[in-house]
Design a protein around this ligand. Structure first.
Ligand code: CTP
Length: 214
C-alpha cells in the first residue's frame, strides 16, 4: 500500500521579544532520518520542521515552521491526508504569555516571565485519527517506561519511542537513542543504544506491518 507519511522534527522557538526565544537543543536528525527512509522506500512524505541545520531529504515536501503554534497549524492541515504521523519534534510545552514588540533592555535586577501552555499537537489530533497510525517520542530522564506508557495512552498512540536521555550518549542532539518501544497492547521492546537511522527503519517497518493489518 502506498503510505503517506507526515513527520515532525526539530525544536520549536517561542519568542519572548524580537531577539530572544525559549527553545531546546533538538537537532532534527531523528525526524530527518525518518523522512529520508520513507522517501527511500518510495512513500510520499511531508516533513514539518522547526529551525535546524539540516538539508531536507530530496523527494519529501518540506514545511519549515518556527513556533509550536505554527507546527500545530501545519500538522493539523496535513493530518487529513496522511496515513502515518510520526512526531519526533521537541515541541515547547510553554510559550511567553505575550511577545514583546521591542527588545527588552536589562533595566531591572530581576524579571519574571509569565508562560502559558502551548497546544499538545498529538493529544488534540488523536481523537480524529481514524485508521491512521500515530507514533510519538518521549525523551525522559527518569521513570522512562511509566512516563512513556502514560503518554502512549493520553496521546492515543500506536507506538511511543521512549528515549532514556539520562545517559550522555543518548541525549539531545547526538547520533543515538537509548530506546524502548512501548505499545498499547504488545510487550515492550528494549532496543538499548541504537542509531537514529536504525530507529527510522524500525518505525517504517512497524507502519508497514500495521497498515497491512488495519
Ligand atoms: N508533543 C506534541 N505537542 C506538544 C508537546 C509534545 O505533540 N505540545 C509530542 C512530541 O512531539 C512527542 C510526544 O508528544 O512525540 C511526547 O513529548 P514530550 O515532550 O515527551 O511529552 P509532553 O507531552 O511534553 O509531556 P511531559 O510534559 O509530561 O513530559
Amino acid at each position: 500500500m502506498p503510505l503517506k507519511f507526515l513527520v515532525s522534527a526539530g525544536p520549536t522557538r517561542e519568542y519572548i521579544d524580537p531577539v530572544r526565544f525559549l527553545s531546546n537543543p533538538s537537532s532534527g536528525k531523528m525526524g530527518f532520518a525518518v523522512a529520508k527512509e520513507a522517501v527511500k522506500r518510495g512513500y510520499e512524505c511531508v516533513l514539518v520542521s522547526g529551525p535546524v541545520n539540516l538539508r531536507p531529504p530530496k523527494g519529501c515536501r518540506f514545511i519549515p515552521v518556527v513556533s509550536a503554534e505554527d507546527m500545530y497549524q501545519a500538522i493539523k492541515k496535513e493530518f487529513a491526508r496522511c496515513d502515518v504521523l510520526i512526531m519526533t519534534a521537541a515541541v515547547s510545552d510553554f510559550k511567553p504569555a505575550k511577545k514583546l514588540k521591542q527588545k527588552e533592555h536589562k533595566i531591572a535586577e530581576k524579571s519574571i516571565l509569565e508562560l502559558v501552555r502551548t497546544k499538545d499537537i498529538l493529544k488534540s489530533l488523536s481523537p480524529d485519527k481514524g485508521k491512521r497510525i500515530v507514533i510519538g517520542f518521549a525523551a525522559e530522564t527518569n521513570d522512562l517506561e511509566a512516563s512513556g506508557k502514560r503518554k502512549l495512552f493520553v496521546k492515543g498512540l500506536d507506538l511511543i519511542v521512549a528515549n532514556d536521555v539520562s545517559k550522555p550518549l543518548a541525549g539531545f542532539a547526538v547520533g543515538k537513542l537509548n530506546a524502548t518501544f512501548l505499545y498499547p497492547k504488545k510487550e515492550k521492546e528494549r532496543l538499548g543504544l541504537i542509531s537514529k537511522i536504525s530507529v527510522a527503519r524500525k518505525l517504517i517497518d512497524f507502519a508497514e506491518r500495521e497498515a497491512e493489518n488495519k
